[in-house]
Design a protein around this ligand. Structure first.
Ligand code: SF4
Length: 289
């Protein structure tokens, strides 16, 4: 019988702090608000298995255009726009459970305070990402903008003779390298620059560990929703170092051919992958069931 490969599991695999908190709040809601209709404002996380499990308990995702007047609505970890938060506040019969990650909440407060104080607020991020649409809504439209690279910074920021006042922050899952490049470019502008490094290390730690594992192992399995951006990124990074990298959502997708003559298998998972999905994969690899 061939020897079973050694399995190395990333310590950072699976739920980050903010996602764990949001899923816990959603799981507790049916008992806490028994008899009420309970919904999440969009899928609570980018993992179909968790979303389906919650739906089985009566906690269902709804679109932002179909928010009910009563019952319980759960805000996911990305947060929501200021306009929507106010609209929800006006519905007195609707109980709001705010699962916005505290790190995202901190970034929202920075945008609001800096914008109100008259700074040009620059948010580094993906303009369409729900966390970013939420962040930008906390600033004044006239002085708050989103950039993805140095090229997105308006030319008049560099050419103006008047000293500027700029506040810089980032979507929590942005790359530190892009943040550093943009901060360095803004430092060349005359005036005041306030840098708030709002990048959450949960993402970068997970990526560094997966990269390290991909270098050490002869095969990598990345577990997580196909709709999860951070899982897809983890897979792309892993594939750069290890051609035998595979992205799966569930244990059923494991293919034994991938592991023939492999000695070490590395496992990591996106921030929205629950521990039970990781455990199922590990069990199958270790025991074959
Ligand atoms: S990645 Fe960081 S900021 Fe985003 S939800 Fe997780 S803990 Fe919060």
């Amino acid at each position: 019988m061939s020897k079973r490969p050694l399995i190395k599991i990333a310590k950072t695999a699976g739920f980050c702090f903010g996602v764990k908190r949001a899923v816990k709040l959603a799981n507790e809601a049916p008992a806490k608000y028994s008899g009420c209709s309970i919904s999440t404002l969009g899928p609570i996380i980018h993992n179909p298995q968790v979303v389906n499990q919650l739906a089985g308990k009566g906690v269902k995702p709804i679109g932002l255009d179909s928010i009910p007047d009563s019952g319980v609505a759960i805000v996911r970890s990305h947060g929501i726009t200021r306009k929507l938060a106010r609209k929800l506040d006006e519905r007195s019969a609707l109980k709001l459970v705010d699962a916005t990650c505290p790190f995202v909440r901190r970034a929202q407060k920075i945008v609001a305070e800096m914008s109100r104080a008259g700074y040009q607020v620059i948010i580094i991020g993906e303009p369409e990402h729900p966390e970013v649409t939420g962040l930008i809504s906390y600033g004044e439209p006239a002085n708050t903008r989103v950039v993805s690279s140095v090229e997105d910074i308006p030319g008049d920021f560099f050419s103006s003779r008047k000293p500027s006042r700029i506040a810089l922050l980032a979507q929590t899952t942005q790359s530190q390298q892009i943040y550093n490049e943009i901060a360095a470019a803004l430092l060349t502008i005359k005036g005041e620059l306030r840098c708030f490094n709002t990048i959450c290390t949960a993402t970068s730690d997970r990526q560094s560990e997966a990269l390290q594992l991909a270098k050490e192992c002869d095969c990598m399995i990345i577990i997580g929703g196909r709709n999860s951006a951070n899982t897809n990124r983890l897979y792309e990074l892993s594939r750069k170092c290890q051609a035998d990298s595979y992205h799966i959502e569930t244990v059923d997708e494991l293919n034994p051919d991938w592991f023939a003559d492999k000695q070490t298998i590395g496992i990591s998972a996106g921030a929205s992958t629950p521990q039970w999905l990781i455990d199922e994969v590990v069990r199958k690899l270790e025991n074959g069931n």
